[in-house]
Design a protein around this ligand. Structure first.
Ligand SMILES: Nc1nc2c(ncn2[C@@H]2O[C@H](COP(=O)(O)OP(=O)(O)OP(=O)(O)O)[C@@H](O)[C@H]2O)c(=O)[nH]1
Ligand SMILES: [Mg+2]
Length: 288
């Protein structure tokens, strides 16, 4: 759920990278971390098993500059893909504003991709959200490998609603930023329709009603009663409490996270992948 700090004109949205084990979710975040300037991101936090599988989540905070007058931060998370970590996946999914579904393009991973997508829909439903109400984009990853499912088949099997999708080779950086741009656009548009008025102003939280006016006795009643002696007129004036100071908007932008280790990312190996079949994709990535 997007968090607003109206006083500081800031908003923070949460994007979750979801998908089966080893599909390349952590690799997406590592690539973004390595290829963006220090100013654009905070420290990447990873909690891994000894074999470098995600145990809890990865988190990469990104600074997106100013959007509609709000300093905008994105918190990029990954879930652990291994089937038995479902409770953790659900926990990380909570409060998501947008999801990137990373599919592993290898033929033998097609069923695992479908299972993971079904698992996403169920977990969202258990959090009270229908998958069609959640901004979602697809990433067809590992396009460099031989024996991959054709894109048309992935679209048919996993993306019947034809949501935005991107081919990628995440460990080489191809398609990673296109995917990030795609989900950022979808998420911000969704936030705009839900949280901003048509005039572009954000919907502020409800302010308390002003206190009632103190009732003054009417001058017409004062001094006009003469005989025998005017009784002091006592009007039942409700006691009015002094106006309470307006409570400051919550300052919390980032959910408090447990203190866990920051794992510096080792530079990625420069292995040369098999040439990507999509020439346009290569060209696009070089431009990033
Ligand atoms: N050839 C190839 N390898 C990739 C690609 N993307 C990721 N990998 C490799 O796939 C392996 C798994 O990647 P991770 O990013 O750790 O996978 P994950 O989805 O985070 O896995 P879990 O944390 O277990 O859910 C790593 O060895 C990556 O280098 C790709 O596009 N092509
Ligand atoms: Mg991972």
């Amino acid at each position: 759920m997007v968090l607003f700090n109206h006083a500081a004109h800031q908003m923070a949205a949460k994007i979750v990278y979801y998908g089966p084990g080893l599909c390349g979710k952590t690799t997406n975040l590592s690539t973004i971390y390595q290829k963006t300037s220090l100013k654009a991101h905070g420290e990447m936090v990873s909690l891994n098993t000894d074999t470098d599988r995600t145990l809890f989540f990865d988190l990469l905070p990104m600074d997106m500059g100013t959007v509609w007058g709000f300093k905008t931060k994105l918190q990029l998370y990954t879930v652990p893909g291994q089937v038995f970590y479902n409770a953790t996946r659900k926990l990380v999914l909570k409060g998501a504003d947008g999801i990137v579904f990373v599919a592993d393009s290898q033929v033998q991973m097609l069923e695992a991709n479908k299972d993971s997508l079904r698992n996403l829909a169920i977990n969202l439903q258990e959090l009270g959200i229908e998958i069609q109400d959640m901004p979602l984009v697809f990433q067809w990853n590992k396009r460099d490998l031989s024996g991959v499912v054709p894109v048309a088949e992935l679209e048919r099997e996993l993306n019947p609603r034809r949501l935005p999708s991107f081919c990628s080779v995440a460990n080489e950086g191809m398609g990673v930023f296109e995917t990030l741009k795609g989900i950022t656009r979808q998420t911000l548009m969704h936030i705009k329709t839900r949280h901003f008025t048509t005039a572009g102003a954000p919907v502020e939280p409800a302010t308390p009603a002003p206190p009632p006016q103190k009732i003054q006795p009417k001058p017409a009643l004062q001094g006009k009663l003469s005989a025998p002696k005017p009784m002091p007129i006592k009007l039942a004036v409700p006691t009015i409490a002094p106006p309470r100071p307006r409570t400051a908007p919550a300052k919390v932008l980032l959910p408090s996270l447990p203190r866990i280790m920051v794992v510096p990312r080792a530079p990625m190996a420069k292995n040369t992948p098999a040439p990507c079949k999509t020439a346009a994709l290569v060209k696009e990535t070089k431009a990033v």
